[in-house]
Design a binder for this molecule. Structure first.
Ligand SMILES: NC(=O)c1ccc[n+]([C@@H]2O[C@H](COP(=O)([O-])OP(=O)(O)OC[C@H]3O[C@@H](n4cnc5c(N)ncnc54)[C@H](OP(=O)(O)O)[C@@H]3O)[C@@H](O)[C@H]2O)c1
Length: 332
C-alpha cells in the first residue's frame, strides 16, 4: 500500500480506501462483509468510508463489528451526515441538531470514540452554512471528529465554506468526496483547480463506475448473476452506465489493460490515482477477491500515450459537465 496526505492536512490515508455503500447490511451477508474488510486490512488498506444513511444505518454497525479488535490508531474511519436517518424533519440535513445527534449515533454504531473524517454528504440549502461549520468545529473541539470534509459540493460551495472558516477561525474543510472515474470527470474543470489552490484533497467514489469499468457487463446481454446491476438495492444506482454505447466503448479498454498486464478494474483505479489532487480511491466489494484485485492498482503509472488511448476509446461517453455536481434544492 502507498499513502497520501489528505489535502494539505497532516493526515495520511491509504491510496485505496474500502467503502461499504450498498454492500454491508444490504447486498452482502455479514460474513462476506467481514471477509472483505479482512482482505482490505490484509492488503494494507487503513482507510474505511461509510455513512449514517447506508443500509438505513446498518452499514456503520456492520463496519464497527468488522473492525472490532483492530488497533484504532492504525485506522482512518470516515463517515457522513445529511441524508435521512429517520422519518422526522430533523432526522436529515446539516442543522446543529441533526449533526449533533447523528455523530453520536454513528460513534455508537462504529464502536469508536471519534471518527477521523466527518463529511457533509451533500450541501444543505436549508441551513445557514455558518451553523453547519460552527457545529463541525465544535465536534472537532470535543474530540469526536478529527477532520471535516464535504461530499458532492460544488466549487462555489467549497469556496464559500473556506471563506467562512477563515473569517470565523473555524476548522477548515480538508477533503471533498466526489464521484470520479474515467467515465465521470465532472470535478476536473472547477473543483480540482480550486482544491489544489486551497489544499483540499479528493477522496473519490465509484472509481470503477460501480463495477462497469471491470468490463463484466456486456452490451446486449443480461448482467451477471449476483452483480450490483441485478441487486434490488443497487440496480437503480448503476443504471446510468448500463447503456449499450457505454458498455461497448468500455470493452475497448480491454486491450489497453491487457497490454499493461492489468485487470480492467486495476486500470480504472490506477486512472483516478494519476490525478495528484486525489488522496484516495474508495472501492466497494462484494467479495474479498475483488479487494485483492483492485489494490494492485497502487503504484501503477499510466503514461501520456496510455491516457490518450483511454480517451480515444471512450470518446463522447465521458461526462465532463461541472453542473452535474449538485445537491437537492430542498432536504430529501
Ligand atoms: N459520497 C457519496 O455520495 C458516495 C456515493 C457512492 C459511493 N460512495 C463511497 O464510495 C464507495 C465505493 O463506491 P462503489 O461501491 O460504487 O465503488 P466501485 O468500486 O466503483 O464499485 C464497487 C462494486 O463493483 C464491483 N466490483 C468491484 N471490484 C470488482 C472486481 N475487481 N471485479 C468485478 N467486480 C468488481 C462490486 O459489485 P458487484 O460484485 O455487486 O458487481 C463492488 O461492490 C462506497 O462504498 C462509499 O463509501 C460515496
Amino acid at each position: 500500500m502507498e499513502f497520501r496526505h489528505l489535502g494539505r492536512s497532516g493526515l495520511m490515508v491509504s491510496e485505496i480506501s474500502y467503502g461499504n455503500w450498498l454492500t454491508h447490511g444490504s447486498q452482502v451477508e455479514e460474513d462476506a462483509a467481514k471477509q472483505c474488510v479482512q482482505a482490505a486490512l490484509d492488503e494494507g488498506i487503513t482507510t474505511f468510508d461509510t455513512a449514517d444513511v447506508y443500509a438505513g444505518t446498518k452499514a456503520e454497525a456492520v463496519l464497527g463489528r468488522a473492525l472490532k479488535g483492530v488497533r484504532r490508531e492504525s485506522l482512518e474511519i470516515f463517515t457522513k451526515v445529511y441524508w435521512p436517518t429517520g422519518s422526522g424533519p430533523n432526522d436529515r440535513g446539516l442543522s446543529r441538531k441533526h449533526i449533533t445527534e447523528s455523530i453520536n449515533a454513528s460513534l455508537r454504531r462504529l464502536q469508536t470514540d471519534y471518527v477521523d473524517l466527518y463529511q457533509a454528504h451533500r450541501f444543505d440549502f436549508e441551513t445557514p452554512l455558518e451553523e453547519t461549520l460552527k457545529t463541525f468545529d465544535d465536534l472537532v473541539r470535543q474530540g469526536k471528529v478529527l477532520y471535516v470534509g464535504v461530499s458532492e459540493w460544488t466549487a462555489d460551495q467549497i469556496a464559500q465554506a473556506l471563506e467562512i472558516a477563515d473569517e470565523m477561525g473555524f476548522d477548515r474543510i480538508v477533503s471533498n468526496q466526489p464521484q470520479y472515474s474515467m467515465l465521470w470527470r465532472v470535478i476536473e474543470p472547477e473543483i480540482v483547480p480550486l482544491s489544489e489552490r486551497e489544499g483540499v484533497g479528493q477522496i473519490v467514489w465509484s472509481p470503477i463506475a460501480q463495477g462497469v469499468l471491470t468490463g463484466k457487463y456486456l452490451p446486449g446481454q443480461q448482467p451477471p448473476a449476483g452483480s450490483r446491476a441485478t441487486d434490488p438495492g443497487g440496480s437503480a444506482m448503476i443504471s446510468r452506465f448500463m447503456d449499450d454505447e457505454v458498455l461497448t466503448r468500455v470493452q475497448e479498454l480491454r486491450p489497453i489493460a491487457a497490454d499493461l498486464g492489468l485487470s480492467m478494474a486495476q486500470l480504472a483505479v490506477a486512472w483516478v490515482l494519476q490525478n495528484p489532487n486525489v488522496a484516495s480511491a474508495i472501492v466497494g466489494a462484494t467479495r474479498p477477491e475483488q479487494v485483492r484485485d483492485n489494490v494492485k492498482a497502487v503504484g501503477v503509472k499510466l503514461d501520456a500515450d496510455v491516457l490518450k488511448r483511454i480517451d480515444d476509446a471512450l470518446g463522447p461517453i465521458v461526462e465532463r459537465d461541472p453542473a452535474k455536481t449538485a445537491s437537492p434544492k430542498s432536504r430529501p
